[in-house]
Design a protein around this ligand. Structure first.
Ligand code: SF4
Ligand code: SF4
Length: 212
């Protein structure tokens, strides 16, 4: 079923610095978007988005940070880059969506809790084993999402056909330590950014699902 497009609330407070922040983090010239809609026309997820991708771009241009960061679209985006390849102004739209996801996460928004739960479980598995341990990931995700049997019908045939292993296959040599170093570096940078954030800043509606 098609998701209804969310009405645009132009009365909400605008953040005059929002476009510049997204432009800085994405490296894209957002003002050059002239709303042709080519990105939306090529996006397979448009029927599921609450804001089509060209409208997400518009939200950013208008500084409507609350709507941009609380929308479902940025979490459903598959980073397929169809929008990027179709943009006549060479805007890496998929990169913009990626940056918005990061910003939304940092601000505590999680309008699609299942996506956040899966991402958290995936990253925890990689951090622990150096690469993803599929059976462990599926088990943790099933428990955390409150749907313990949701993938049982898939898991059993995959196990019997040898597509899944009951034990983790960790990288050989220094691989696990190298992956751990990446996570440690991320934690350091995230802590630095958190310290740099204004302590009074609080996100609005549509947020929370337990930030990082
Ligand atoms: S990258 Fe995301 S927004 Fe762009 S076309 Fe693919 S799914 Fe749609
Ligand atoms: S294709 Fe490019 S210019 Fe057209 S609406 Fe999308 S981002 Fe804007």
């Amino acid at each position: 079923m098609q998701t209804p497009v969310r009405p645009l609330n132009l009365a909400q407070a605008r953040d005059p610095d929002f476009q510049a922040a997204v432009a800085r983090d994405s490296g894209q010239h957002l003002a050059s978007c002239y709303q042709c809609g080519n990105c939306t026309a090529g996006c397979s997820y448009t029927p599921d988005y609450d804001f089509p991708v060209h409208q997400v771009m518009r939200l950013v241009q208008l500084g409507l940070k609350e709507s941009a960061l609380s929308c479902r679209s940025i979490w459903l985006c598959a980073t397929c880059q169809a929008c990027t390849t179709r943009c006549p102004n060479n805007i890496d739209v998929a990169r913009v969506m990626d940056v918005l996801r990061h910003m939304a996460r940092q601000a505590g928004y999680a309008p699609e809790p299942g996506v956040k739960t899966f991402t958290d479980s995936f990253l925890a598995s990689v951090a622990k084993h150096g690469r993803v341990f599929e059976v462990g990931l599926a088990a943790v995700f099933a428990i955390k999402s409150g749907k313990p049997l949701q993938d049982a019908g898939l898991g059993l045939p995959m196990l019997t056909h040898g597509k899944l292993s009951l034990t983790p296959h960790e990288p050989e040599g220094n691989g696990k330590a190298e992956v751990a170093a990446i996570f440690a570096r991320f934690d350091r940078v995230a802590a630095q950014k958190a310290r740099a954030h204004s302590p009074g800043e609080t996100p609005g509606n549509g947020k929370k699902g337990g930030g990082e």
